[in-house]
Design a protein around this ligand. Structure first.
Ligand SMILES: Cc1ncc(COP(=O)(O)O)c(C=O)c1O
Length: 385
């Protein structure tokens, strides 16, 4: 089994990093559930000493994700937030970061309530406007932190344009690619230096593990992340790494269905008289539809819509039967949520409004069920409004 250098994405998902187990030939990488490794003699070992530092299951996971994102190396972390935490250790006190204004609420909380204690400074800019990135950059700016599409307003950032601006100032670019998944978009192809994932979402795809990853290109980043992964120790465990690898094998076919179902539901919602507004990059009415067509393969599995009032949104959220009312996203099953009180509750109300997260907004992580069942479920919920 040999992966050619020009292998296509679906082949990479199944095979990259997946070398048959050298001791048995097992086609699936085993879950190396061990904390240490026996050494043959003093100073003689097989490359594995202690499982925080090296684990073969984690290595296979890291190689798999690095290949999928067209990076040089990948690093597995205990969660998406732990991955973000590791990237932020590239900075030192006094440094400034320009961040997409409606970045994930947990990222905002981490930056504002934890990292500010260490004298890091943040400017939240509407990175969908390239001019806003340029305006936010200062001499102390040491990182551009992007999320596209954003959660839950599904605004996009032009990755190639943003990377050109940042690199012109010598600033590396990190992209949280959780929402799109590498099937839909590969930021490194547009110039990004680092990619972050909450593997909890589309990469795992089955809502049964929590994990994170960073994919890097530059030698200095690779070297530091390898060091800090061991030094901080916020590693992904072998069982979770294995569950994600099981997920990535089917990512392309899952994403095709997520994309198709989300597109159809967005069109259904846009035509529904009780829905006041739909946010989905695949709709021609989306202000950045052309950019979405250039930058993304399909338009992703997330759709948000507005109901006109909190009460009307609540009725929909409480009336769905097939869709599960739950946080998170990217699983095979459809989840519905209320960003203002769930995923973005930690964002102050005035900031939420500034970035377009209204109280009447409902977000759907569209799963891969039969489309007609999903439509019928929304239809009956909307009938109750
Ligand atoms: C875009 C994005 N980034 C990062 C995270 C954090 O990931 P985790 O929950 O795995 O720590 C999330 C979680 O919802 C997310 O949606």
């Amino acid at each position: 089994m040999k992966l050619r250098h020009n292998a296509r994405f679906s082949t990479i998902c199944i095979h990259a990093g997946q070398i048959p187990d050298p001791s048995t030939g097992a086609i699936i990488t085993p879950i190396y559930q061990t904390s240490t490794y026996v050494q043959d003699a003093l100073g003689v070992h097989k490359g594995y000493e202690y499982a925080r530092t090296q684990n073969p299951t984690r290595s296979a996971f890291e190689a798999n994700l690095a290949a999928m994102e067209h990076g040089v190396a990948g690093f597995g972390f205990a969660s998406g937030m732990a991955a973000t935490g590791a990237v932020m250790t590239l900075l030192k006190s006094g440094d400034h970061v320009v961040v997409t204004d409606n970045t994930y609420g947990g990222t905002y909380r981490f930056f504002e309530q934890v990292l500010r204690k260490y004298q890091l400074d943040f400017t939240y800019a509407d990175t969908s406007q390239l001019g806003e990135i340029e305006r936010a950059i200062r001499p102390a700016t040491k990182l551009l932190f992007l999320e596209t599409p954003t959660n839950p307003t599904l605004r996009l950032t032009d990755l190639a344009g943003a990377c050109t601006i940042a690199h012109g100032h010598g600033i590396p670019v990190v992209v949280d690619n959780t929402f799109a998944s590498p099937y839909v978009q590969r930021p490194i192809d547009f110039g990004a230096d680092l990619v972050i994932h909450s593997t909890t979402k589309f990469l795992n795809g089955h809502s049964d593990s929590v994990g994170g990853a960073v994919i890097a290109v530059r030698d200095d980043h690779v070297e530091w992340l390898k060091f800090v992964q061991n030094a901080e120790g916020a590693i992904i465990g072998p069982m979770d790494a294995w569950l994600v690898m099981r997920g990535t094998k089917t990512l392309p076919i899952r994403m095709e269905r997520h994309n198709a179902n989300a597109m159809a539901l967005a069109e259904f919602l846009a035509a529904h008289p009780k829905v006041t507004r739909v946010h989905y990059p695949g709709l021609p009415s989306h202000p950045q539809h052309d950019l979405a067509r250039r930058q993304m393969l399909g338009f992703g599995g997330l759709v948000s819509f507005e109901m006109g009032s909190l009460e009307r949104a609540r009725t929909v959220l409480n009336s769905v039967q097939l869709m599960a009312l739950a946080e998170s996203l990217g699983g095979v099953e459809t989840l519905i949520s209320h960003p203002a009180t769930m995923t973005h509750a930690s964002v102050p109300p005035e900031r939420r409004l500034q970035i377009g997260i209204t109280d009447d907004m409902v977000r759907v992580s569209v799963g891969i069920e039969d489309l007609d069942d999903l439509k019928e479920d929304l239809e009956q919920a909307l009938d109750r409004v």
